[in-house]
Ligand binder design. Structure first.
Ligand SMILES: [Zn+2]
Length: 276
């Protein structure tokens, strides 16, 4: 029975070692900053509205504020009328929005673009977001997490910080049943790395809490239909790791979330040291 459960949950993931209570007591408590890449995913069954509904109304932390890293020009994302309307609606609900891709071709790694093409696409992406939201958050999340000294120079010139993540739901390419079985042990291990980074004082505190950035993908139908459960999993696996949790454990204040994102992008240090 135990062996079967272990096989189903992913054999590589053994038990975690929680932080000692006296270590945890000396740390600024964790507040999760959720991020969603690749959207907007529109329509009555689209991932973005499903996620927004659960962020707004859930039994863990009602009114969660997150960051949506969007593809602003792809015709089936932010480049069509429905996508633009969704971007407007997302921001109207107090969510933050920032550029993932400003290319009509969509999810093209920035490392494959000439610097002037990348710079123009970032400007276009910022303008697309500003048209729907008034303002884009001054950070960027590179497609496929692919960056270089060259792309970072372009980001800096555009006034954008690069925001990566401390924990990844790994829902960008793994869909359905597999991720449903593995997500709890996977997140428990992601947060073990977060605990180690906090104990080593590698993650900065912002406004008295430790922002922990978690990456999801809103076009993933499984993520979108299980967001409330993910909120629970984050809180429960944080406890499994002995992490001190802020009250509330998720950002609910748009400006506080923006400050956390900008500070973390400026610091440029994450619990993860490599990206999927
Ligand atoms: Zn992406």
């Amino acid at each position: 029975m135990a062996a079967a459960a272990l096989a189903l949950s992913g054999c590589a993931l053994g038990p975690v070692t929680p932080l000692p209570p006296d270590t945890a007591a000396g740390l600024a408590p964790v507040r999760f900053l959720l991020t969603f890449d690749d959207g907007p995913d529109t329509g009555p069954y689209g991932g973005t509205p499903l996620i927004l509904g659960q962020l707004a109304d859930n039994p863990v932390t009602p009114g969660v504020t997150a960051i949506f890293f969007v593809q602003t020009e792809h015709p089936r994302r932010g480049g069509g009328p429905e996508g633009r309307a969704q971007m407007h609606e997302t921001c109207a609900q107090g969510q933050l929005m920032a550029v993932h891709s400003g290319m009509a071709g969509g999810h093209i790694p920035h490392t494959k673009l000439a610097p002037d093409v990348l710079a123009a696409s970032l400007r276009r992406g910022q303008a697309d977001i500003a048209a729907q939201c008034g303002q884009a958050l001054a950070v960027v999340r590179p497609p496929d997490w692919a960056y270089s000294a060259g792309t970072q120079a372009v980001y800096a010139q555009a006034g954008l910080g690069m925001l990566m993540a401390d924990a990844n739901a790994r829902d960008g390419k793994i869909y359905g049943w597999t991720i449903s079985l593995r997500r709890r042990p996977h997140m428990r291990h992601e947060l073990e790395h977060v605990g180690q980074a906090m104990a080593a004082h590698r993650l900065p505190a912002v406004d008295g809490v430790t922002p922990v950035i978690v990456a999801f993908h809103d076009p993933n139908g499984f993520t979108a239909s299980h967001m409330t459960e993910y909120l629970r999993i984050l809180v429960e696996t944080a406890r499994d790791n002995g992490l001190p949790l802020a009250d509330p454990p998720f950002y609910t204040d748009t400006q506080a979330a923006a400050r956390a994102a900008l500070a973390r992008a400026a610091a440029g240090v994450y619990a993860r040291e490599s990206w999927p």
